[in-house]
Design a binder for this molecule. Structure first.
Ligand code: NAP
Length: 457
């Protein structure tokens, strides 16, 4: 009887995962999607806990309590800006768990596993181990525990390919001689080293793409675990995770107009500003009063948030400024670039947190034709996603990356602290255009002052 309940709970959980994932594709339904996935996960856990093979609940309960306490504390304490490194850490734990299950299964059954399960366990351990160390390095780079730049040495590719060959060789040997425990542990050890070596040469700024790739490996490792221990929900959830992670990486690369191989081998983020089309060479500063007047008397204002809005935690004050402008009869829109910030959906999450209505959020294709009708575009800590060189300068490293064409609006006001570059390290000709005014200062401070000034205008 309990067996049927377990299978039924897995079926419902799988349906909830699929529906939850579908709902995550739109900001309106994203919250509900998360809730569906949470209920699915709870059901899967309950179903698993009813498994008759469980002889004692002591360790499980202890694990649940400790895990929930740590998870709860992390959720409370980690600031929004540190979410990417926290996600990388969660991947590392998930992948390590999959890896441990594989080790335990091999340790218990060894050569008796049978060909199919042995292959599944090998895949699980290989992907699990490299994802564990890869994700730990990604997290450490993002947290600046390790240097953020690419860490390279002579012959790195040859070395990496050699250790990958050793791991794959051990994999093949195990298939021929399943009882060869030495080959199993050699493959495990080498996979841990390979994960580390794979991520070290990649710059911190590229970590979100790498993480979503590692996420995909962790999902595939979980699916392999499902095959190894005959668990349907793991097969379904792991496959969903594996493929959605991969698609996300592809989409992120597409939005940055880069290939995955370029991200992994290209050491981006360390470039200069060669070839940027910079007219005149002078940036024009705009005063607070001037900026406030332009906004208060505009028909349409478009806010363009970027990474700087996230670091300044300026989302609430932008929302307040938007309300003030609307009270004055100004039409306010928010233009959201798919790779603004440092993780997919970064701006959507922040603006939703500040209760900006979804109807005010416009995607790239929707808002670009509207910029010529816009009186003032306010760029809040965004840089690369509004760089016109991507459109105008075929020699630019970001040529072809879709951008928000703010330069086509009548006036542009850029809020940033100084002359700092964006993620790509490139100069931005937008800042030198005649219709652009720079309002220097921390985005949150500048916006707070603008709220007061616009009220008085
Ligand atoms: P960006 O190009 O990184 O530029 C951010 C700008 O914000 C900087 O020029 C900085 O200038 C300014 N800034 C930083 N802190 C600030 C503060 N407290 N107040 C005001 N301004 C501040 O950001 P973006 O335009 O959002 O572009 C995102 C980049 O990340 C793209 O190149 C994208 O390809 C890349 N990326 C995104 C993802 C993703 O999933 N979203 C993943 C990987 C890579 P100052 O120092 O002068 O203030």
């Amino acid at each position: 009887m309990t067996h049927y309940f377990t299978e039924f709970s897995y079926l419902v959980a799988s349906i909830l995962f699929i529906l939850g994932m579908k709902s995550l594709s739109h900001p309106d339904t994203a919250r509900r999607g998360m809730q569906m996935a949470e209920v699915g996960m709870l059901l899967a856990i309950i179903g698993t806990l009813l498994n008759r093979e469980i002889v004692s609940y002591q360790w499980i309960v202890a694990g649940l309590i400790i895990g929930s306490l740590i998870g709860g504390a992390i959720a409370q304490l980690v600031p929004m800006t540190a979410l990417p490194q926290q996600t990388a850490l969660s991947h590392a734990f998930g992948a390590f768990a999959a890896c441990l299950v594989g080790i335990a299964e091999y340790h218990r059954h060894g050569a008796d596993l049978g060909e199919f399960k042995l292959v599944a366990i090998n895949i699980e351990v290989l992907l699990g181990a490299l994802t564990t160390t890869g994700s730990l390095v990604a997290s450490a780079k993002l947290q600046e525990i390790l240097p953020g730049g690419p860490m390279t040495f002579r012959g790195q590719n040859v070395f990496n390919l050699s250790i990958l060959a050793i791991a794959l060789g051990a994999f093949g040997y195990l298939c021929a001689f399943p009882g060869a425990a030495v080959a199993f542990y050699l493959m495990l050890a080498v996979a841990f080293v390979f994960g580390f070596m794979l991520v070290m040469p990649i710059a911190a700024a590229d970590m979100p793409v790498v993480m979503s790739l590692l996420n995909s490996y962790a999902g595939l490792a979980a699916a392999a675990t499902g095959f190894a221990i005959d668990n349907n929900v793991l097969i379904i959830a792991g496959t969903l995770n594996g493929f959605s992670g991969f698609m996300l990486s592809v989409l992120m690369c597409k939005a940055m107009n880069r290939s995955i191989t370029n991200v992994i081998f290209g050491a981006f983020g360390s470039g200069g500003s060669e070839g940027a089309i910079v007219n005149g060479g002078e940036m024009r500063e705009v005063g607070l009063e001037d900026a406030a007047t332009q906004m208060a008397y505009a028909r349409q204002v478009v806010f363009v948030p970027g990474y700087g809005m996230a670091t300044a935690q300026a989302q609430h004050v932008v929302s307040e400024l938007s309300d003030v402008l609307e009270q004055k009869g100004v039409t306010v829109k928010f233009a959201v670039h798919p790779v603004a910030g440092r993780m997919p959906g970064h701006m959507n999450v922040l603006l939703a947190e500040a209760n900006v209505p979804y109807e005010q959020l416009y995607e790239l294709e929707q808002i670009n034709p509207d910029f010529p009708n816009t009186d003032v575009s306010i760029v809040i800590g965004a840089n690369d996603v509004v760089n016109p060189d991507a459109r105008d300068n075929p020699a630019s490293p970001i040529a072809g990356m879709p951008i928000l064409e703010v330069d086509r609006s009548r006036s542009v006001i850029v809020l940033k602290r100084g002359k700092g570059k964006g993620f790509s390290g490139l100069e931005n000709p937008l800042f030198f255009k005649e219709n652009t005014g720079m309002l220097y200062g921390d985005a949150k401070d500048s916006l707070a002052k603008l709220v007061i000034a616009v009220r008085q205008a």
